[in-house]
Ligand binder design. Structure first.
Ligand code: USQ
Length: 413
């Protein structure tokens, strides 16, 4: 199959490209490198050194013997999106090119607006360009488990049967997102559901849990590693905890730490996206997959991190800062996740195994973590008004300009 990945340069997009290429698919990439710029904006960088995209293309060529065509551009420009789809006519589009950070969207009004405009407009441009240039293609859209929030009932995969005042229907399950970012995904879901109906498109909305991990089986060379964010804005819970333990900073489950989320290893996340691609939805069908392996509280993840860090001779400690978010710190959580398993999905990575692997990799990149330790602890609050000032101060304090990133290391295995 020919698969177009928007956001191919990102944390998930790059491993997905490698995985699909290794499974014999053709991959075409699209990206505008905005994540690299926005991570610099908050004074941070990836713990793993990331080669330029041109270098990534030659590595794919050299190590996998594959071509990786690429279009640099912004999904906010319809002429660009239409031209790429007309030229490439892919069988599937995996749409990952969205602003993906909840804290980033909560910095101030401008970050809230840019998140929602980028995400909603990019998706709308894609569905219109699909209608006009590749109406038979399958859109695999990255949604998020966070769209549902934490209701006090089980969470179905997108839709549920309801009886109300004596009548029954199958309706979209209510959304109760917890950040401007998560709300942008809710709006996207509505738009994709509607587009599949009016344009007769094939669409899968993947409600993804929090991803953790640093590498996949295809990363046989250190230069093929994906980016790894650990700062308060771009790093996610478990990835941050391990970076904190390596740095000797406190591991930070927020508030009571009983917030439960669905989690999935990076490797299994790309496996499930491949399965979605290889089993397309029907024309006019909008389907929803809840994509995670297991639900953990952030306390459980902090304890696992603490235990493995101790085994490795580090001296970790757990602290509970006040939760900077407005979210339930203790709640019921039972989402259903069956549809991917029905397509053959199997969990391949155990939590503790991936945590150990992350420690090994991050200890190797300890100096890069050290250079950005000042951006790890939380400062962005869901209610605070002084966020831009705090952010600007931190960027100014950043110890080295982005151009000082060392070149990618040479092959090590
Ligand atoms: N958390 C901590 N301590 C930290 C960081 C986070 O306790 O140092 C807590 C948060 O308060 C939250 C939970 O961990 O309750 C998850 O936070 P997160 O930052 O790991 O993830 P989140 O902001 O929800 O967003 C991430 C990705 C997003 C994706 C989403 C899936 O950034 O792109 O959509 O995970 S989900 O969480 O299922 O919505």
């Amino acid at each position: 199959m020919k698969v177009l990945i928007t956001g191919i340069d990102g944390y998930s997009g790059w491993p997905l490209a490698l995985h699909l290429l290794s499974r014999g698919h053709d991959v075409v990439g699209v990206d505008n490198f905005v994540t690299r710029r926005r991570v610099r904006e908050v004074g941070s960088w990836s713990a793993t050194p990331i080669p330029s995209f041109a270098q990534r293309q030659s590595l794919v060529n050299q190590l996998l013997g594959k071509e990786l065509p690429f279009h640099r551009g912004d999904l906010g420009r319809y002429d660009f999106v239409a031209r790429v789809l007309e030229e490439e006519r892919p069988d599937a589009i995996v749409h990952l090119a969205e602003q993906r950070s909840a804290p980033y969207s909560m910095i101030d009004v401008h970050h809230a607006v840019t998140t929602q405009v980028d995400n909603v407009v990019g998706t709308l441009h894609l569905v219109y360009a699909m209608r006009d240039h590749c109406p038979d293609a399958h859109l695999v859209k990255m949604g998020t488990m966070g769209e549902y929030g934490t209701p006090n009932v089980d969470i179905p995969e997108g839709f549920f049967e309801i009886e109300y005042r004596g009548r029954q229907d199958r309706l979209p399950f209510p959304r109760q997102a917890g950040s401007w970012y998560h709300w942008s995904k809710v709006f996207d879901s509505g738009d994709v559901m509607f587009a599949s109906k009016i344009f007769d498109l094939r669409a899968t909305d993947v409600m993804q849990g929090v991803i953790y991990g640093i590498r996949t089986a295809e990363m046989t060379d250190r230069r093929l590693l994906t980016r790894f964010d650990f700062d308060e804005t771009w790093g996610t819970a478990l990835n941050r905890f391990i970076a904190q333990a390596v740095l000797g900073l406190p591991i930070t489950p927020y508030g009571k730490g009983e917030q439960i989320r669905g989690f999935i290893a990076l490797e299994d996340s790309v496996q499930s996206l491949r399965l979605a691609v290889e089993h397309p939805a029907d024309r006019g069908e909008y389907r929803v997959f809840n994509q995670f392996d297991a639900a953990y509280s952030v306390n459980q993840l902090a304890e696992t991190t603490h235990q493995i860090a101790t085994e490795l001779g580090l001296s970790p400690r757990i602290e509970h800062p006040p939760d900077p978010r407005i979210e339930a710190e203790q709640h019921y959580y039972a989402p259903i996740h069956e549809r991917l398993y029905a397509l053959g999905y199997q969990r391949t990575r155990e939590l503790s195994e991936v945590v150990r692997e992350m420690f090994t990799d991050l200890l190797r990149y300890r100096r890069r973590l050290e250079a950005r330790r000042h951006v790890v602890m939380p400062t962005i609050g869901w209610r605070r008004a002084d966020n831009p000032a705090a952010l600007n101060a931190r960027v100014a304090a950043s110890s080295a300009p982005p151009s000082a990133e060392p070149p990618p290391p040479v092959q090590d295995r």
